[in-house]
Write a protein that binds this ligand. Structure first.
Ligand code: F6P
Length: 371
């Protein structure tokens, strides 16, 4: 039996994707493992996520060459050490109500002879994977998003690298903030979930951390900062999620344009907040938007390893014909969960257990908060 796996990456890029692709390929094509299987396996990469499966014309060799990349051990050998995705990505949604391309996508999957698809993505990409599964396609998912907001997995690719970027950049800002007696507001990614701000902020020793799960009071932020100055501290670092908002206010967007999944591009809360804090405290306040720097650079060892193990697990699912599932990491073990469960809700910060609403920072009790 011949098996042709198509692999794609969708949504925002991040570190760790190339490792996952490499290990899907290596595991699927491993000559030692192949001896025990009653099928021969081929792997191809689909370029630019779901866009590749919508735009490819299987009858036109030039189009196939443009959108489909044959993958083997030699091709992917060095991929795991690089950030981004060598297959490219997009926010194309074949099920977009404004321009439904799902039938074309299904026809192209058949036309390319794909017998299964590995979709590496977050909530949006995996929601498409789930719809295709419901339409009879053999799909498995691999979790990725620097926001780490996918349900039913304790890890999503890209998170650790982004966290390390935040820690490193805040460390850099701290010395210049201290030298100039400034407040620095650092805006980090995190559309609905404050994990990057909360854990990045704590790792970097930020003084105030503001997350989307809890609306903040600007006057209270100003008074917490003032209290630190009164105690003799020369500078402050405030880490704010792009999706955080002041009580009674609105989220701040860079533009009103939406992607195929209906999301607007967040951005700007850092600058708005910095102006207001300067006005209320009288201290010079600057802001920095870490933006896509958090998604760049070479993957940390954790992202390389998690990409490897997720990639291997995805091939296990395919060989076991266990489709419609996402590989996951839960309670220290690799496992899988139904795609439906992974996308039915977002995994966000539990404010009562994980956030201190008085200090606007991480909690200072750990075991006690679990009672
Ligand atoms: O969903 C992951 C994410 O990094 C969000 O934190 C952020 O809002 C969004 O992607 C940015 O997307 P883009 O790269 O398309 O601007």
């Amino acid at each position: 039996m011949h098996h042709k796996i198509g692999i794609l990456t969708g949504g925002g890029d991040c570190a760790g994707l190339n490792s996952a692709i490499k290990w899907v390929v290596k595991t699927a094509l491993d000559p030692h493992l192949a001896r025990g299987r009653d099928m021969d396996v081929e792997v191809v990469g689909i370029r630019d996520g779901w866009k590749g499966l919508v735009d490819v014309d299987p009858a036109d060799p030039a189009s196939v060459e443009k959108w489909v990349q044959p993958l083997d051990e030699l091709v992917v050998r060095t991929w795991d050490r690089y950030g981004g995705t060598n297959l490219g990505t997009s926010r194309t949604n074949p099920f977009n109500k404004k321009d439904d391309q799902s039938q074309k996508c299904l026809a192209n999957i058949a036309g390319l002879g794909l017998t299964s698809i590995v979709a590496i993505g977050g909530e949006d990409t995996l929601s498409v994977a789930h719809k295709l599964y419901n339409l009879g396609q053999k799909v498995v998912g691999i979790p990725k998003t620097i926001d780490r907001d996918l349900n039913s997995t304790d890890y999503t690719l890209g998170y650790d690298t982004a966290l390390n970027v935040i820690t490193e950049e805040v460390d850099r800002l701290r010395t210049t903030a201290g030298s100039h007696n400034r407040i620095f507001v650092v805006e980090v990614m995190g559309r609905h979930a404050g994990w990057l701000a909360l854990e990045g902020g704590q790792a970097a020793g930020a003084h105030i951390i503001l997350i989307p799960e809890h609306d903040f009071d600007v006057a209270k932020v100003a008074s917490l900062l003032q209290r630190r100055r009164n105690a003799g501290v020369r500078y402050d670092v405030v880490v704010v999620s792009e999706g955080a908002k002041a009580s009674g206010g609105e989220e701040v967007y860079l533009s009103d344009k939406t992607d195929g999944f209906g999301h607007k591009v967040l951005g700007g809360i850092g600058s708005t907040l910095a102006k207001e804090l300067e006005r209320q405290t009288g201290y010079e306040t600057r802001h920095v938007v870490l933006s896509h720097i958090q998604r760049g650079g070479s993957p940390t060892s954790r992202d390389r390893l998690m990409g490897r193990y997720f990639g291997i697990s995805a091939v296990d699912l395919i060989l076991e014909e266990d489709f419609g599932r996402m590989v996951a990491y839960r309670n220290g073990e690799f496992t899988s969960v139904p795609l439906k469960q992974a996308i039915e809700k977002l995994y966000v910060v539990d404010v009562t257990r994980q956030y201190d609403v008085e200090r606007y920072n991480g909690r200072r009790s750990s075991l006690a908060s679990r009672s």
